[in-house]
Ligand binder design. Structure first.
Ligand code: FAD
Length: 251
């Protein structure tokens, strides 16, 4: 995949590095935001609450639409949020890890496009120098047909990897099937049917300047360029950061 980059340590390395710069008492990990009020009150799951001058929602718009707002968001604002699909929200990945990247011995890259088996696009997902050794594939089976079939899919995926890369693929150390379509923090029912083309993204004017400019949307879907990708998430965050710095000169 020329021109593509991967991050050593995986995506969580970025999150951990960002979190390490924040005061520990400001972090509420694994705490779902449930409601937000115009006066700055934010209520998290299990009843914990915080107070904020500005609220920045860096969650997919359809997920944001499902939060409770006090006062309620107008119908046209909620409609604007639910109209924005999250690119790839309905996708799933299967990963198999091995004691060594055996396919490289056969001069195989680990990359494949396949229509025979559940995985449609497969890549070598090994770490630097092949450690840990891993192959991953995007599932081609539509989300509605994946529900409740994890065991069957995993077995068929290993059979497929063995056909492509040799019998050693059948004996991984570990496998994982991650299905974002059924993660309530990423996808809604509307995302079970993925968009056929990459959506046009950007912050709809209706969602700009809410609550006297103190409620912000900062997920990748509001980025005017590279929306739906990691790059868009960075651009959206930088745009909100600039707005906050203008509003709060001491920031
Ligand atoms: C299978 C797959 C493969 C992808 N591959 C690529 C790729 O190769 N390159 C690329 O550039 N992009 C890729 N993407 C897209 C990329 O992951 C997203 O663009 C990016 O993660 C968006 O970042 P974000 O910060 O806007 O939102 P997210 O990464 O979705 O982060 C939102 C966070 O908010 C949390 N959250 C949700 N609801 C709540 C709540 N109520 N309270 C508290 N927290 C909440 C979620 O748990 C999540 O941690 C892929 C996506 C998927 C699903």
């Amino acid at each position: 995949m020329a021109g593509s980059f991967r991050i050593a340590g995986g995506m969580e390395a970025i999150v951990d590095a960002l979190a390490a710069t924040l005061p520990a008492d400001r972090l509420h990990l694994s705490a779902r935001v449930e409601s937000i009020s115009r006066t700055g009150g934010v209520v998290l799951a299990r009843g914990v609450s915080c107070q904020a001058d500005h609220v920045v929602l860096a969650v997919p718009p359809r997920i944001a639409a499902g939060l409770t707002y006090d006062p309620r968001l107008d119908l046209d604002m909620r409609t604007a949020l639910t109209a924005i699909p999250t690119w790839m929200a309905g996708q799933a990945k299967f990963v198999a890890t091995y004691d060594r990247p055996f396919w490289r011995d056969l001069h195989l890259s680990g990359d494949a496009m396949s229509h025979c088996g559940p995985l449609m696009e497969i890549h070598d997902a090994s770490g630097p120098d092949g450690t840990p050794a891993a192959l991953f594939g995007f599932l081609g089976t539509p989300a509605p047909h994946r529900a409740g079939r994890a065991g069957e899919i995993e077995q068929a995926a290993l059979d497929q990897l063995a056909r492509l890369f040799g019998p050693a693929a059948r004996t991984p150390i570990r496998t994982a099937l991650q299905d974002w379509a059924f993660q309530p923090e990423t996808a809604t029912e509307d995302d079970l049917t993925p968009p056929s083309t990459h959506p046009d993204y950007g912050l709809p004017p209706r969602l700009s300047g809410l609550w006297e400019g103190r409620l912000h949307f900062a997920a990748t879907e509001v980025a005017p360029e590279m929306g739906g990708y990691l790059e868009g998430a960075l651009a959206a965050a930088e745009a909100v950061s600039a707005r906050l710095q203008a509003a709060i000169p001491t920031l």
